[in-house]
Ligand binder design. Structure first.
Ligand code: TYC
Length: 104
């Protein structure tokens, strides 16, 4: 194989490696507080995080008892948008509900 063919092969492999690289993932957590109603948190988990009502109720009770709980795992931009959406809807309803994200 000529040097330029070897070089081409190396470049193609680097391109393939880049395409195979998975994006970093972020866990989005709901945080407990004393004022947001349980029904509102369940509603958020159903509408923003697409959880069935039984799962939404389980997560809400876990957050209520333990202080925080996993709502979903997403790429960075999606995680940031979910958090903004939750904070916007909570603010509209005058609830102090907060979310956070952590890189996996
Ligand atoms: N602790 C709240 C209450 O007793 C309920 C609640 C659950 C609030 C989960 C926020 O992320 C939360 N009404």
């Amino acid at each position: 194989m000529t040097l330029s063919n070897l070089q081409k092969e190396k470049e193609l492999q680097e391109e393939t490696d880049l395409q195979l690289k998975k994006p970093p993932l972020y866990s989005v957590f709901l945080l407990n507080d004393d004022y947001t109603t349980m029904d509102f948190v369940i509603h958020i988990l159903e509408t923003v995080f697409h959880k069935p009502v039984i799962e939404a109720t389980r997560i809400m009770l876990h957050v209520h008892k333990n202080g925080k709980g996993l709502a979903g795992i997403y790429t960075r931009e999606i995680a940031e948008t979910k958090i903004e959406t939750v904070h916007d809807i909570a603010r509209e309803h005058e609830f102090p509900l907060k979310c956070s994200m952590e890189k996996e």
